[in-house]
Design a protein around this ligand. Sequence first.
Ligand code: F6R
Length: 359
Amino acid sequence: SKGTYEFYMLKEIDEQPAVMRRISNDYFSQDGDVKVDNDIVKAMADSDRIYILAAGTSYHAGLVGKNLIEKYSEIPVEVGLASEFGYHFPTLSKKPFFIFLSQSGETADSRVVLKQVNERHLPSLTMTNVEGSTLSREATYTMLLKAGPEIAVASTKAYTAQIAVQAVLAKAVGEAKNLKVAEDFDLKNQLALAAEGMQELVDGKEKIDALAKKYLPCARNAFYIGRGVDYAVALEGALKLKEVSYIQTEGFAAAELKHGTIALIEQDTPVIALINDPATSDLTRGNIREVQSRGANVMVFAMKDFAHEGDDVILPKIDYYLSPLLTVVPTQLLAYYASKNKGLDVDKPRNLAKSVTVE
Ligand code: F6R
């Protein structure tokens, strides 16, 4: 039930610290060892390329997962939109392993791909929130997201759960390959930091409401920009904002704006800049100045270490590859308040269904 919440979306945003703790409890042993079904780890460690397939928000979680798996398992990863992949299979590597990310486990676009994977007798894993769902039954292996039922149409806690469970898998596979980088990855501690950081961010929700009220009521369009994993979060932040508030929003790799899209920046166009990437934070600051000089209202969400005075949200410190767990929270809240402040039905945006069972 919604309890005291007006909408499930906010309840589910607030539940994310608890979801991180549950994943940490369930996927680590008492002595702190990562705990994943051995068959999954072996099949994945044996593969020469991972293909992650998904749709919508789950696809965006896959983009983050690619970074995690390449970093901590050292296996190349391709991420595909299931709807595109299904009818135009790329040339596969010799030993592919498929991961299907799906909150519902029922997405028809993903089922089309899995059917072909099964016809080719290739190994697959479904990461889903729903035990016994179709994609779970049809894949070789399943890992559960443990996010609890997600009711709001706009996905929030399933996205962060997908990132955390992909991190668990990346570490387990990397350790099976005896990679030092995986052994040194203190994921249990990082998940605790994620839970704490998320709590701090949801506790500061009034600040995000104020940003939504200041910058978004009259906005026709908006942009999210970021580099590295922040680009992946920019895509997700944009999807969330557009689907619940109906403000047309695009996520961009920060430097790509100047290759065309900057033409759309006008006086007061909202631009939300995400900064967690140590390699590019100064460059993204430069991109912020470019849009500011064209009149954009820029909101900056930056990790503590790279924050400047006047930034709008200071993101607590965490491993760069896991930073989307924190960065996404203010983007979810911004979408929530933009929608609620317009008097919209936050949980049931027009034209959308919770699970998309048609191709
Ligand atoms: C957006 C959203 C959708 C889903 C997509 C895939 O907030 O919820 O984009 O992420 O329809 O659904 P699942 O994960 O159930 O396969």
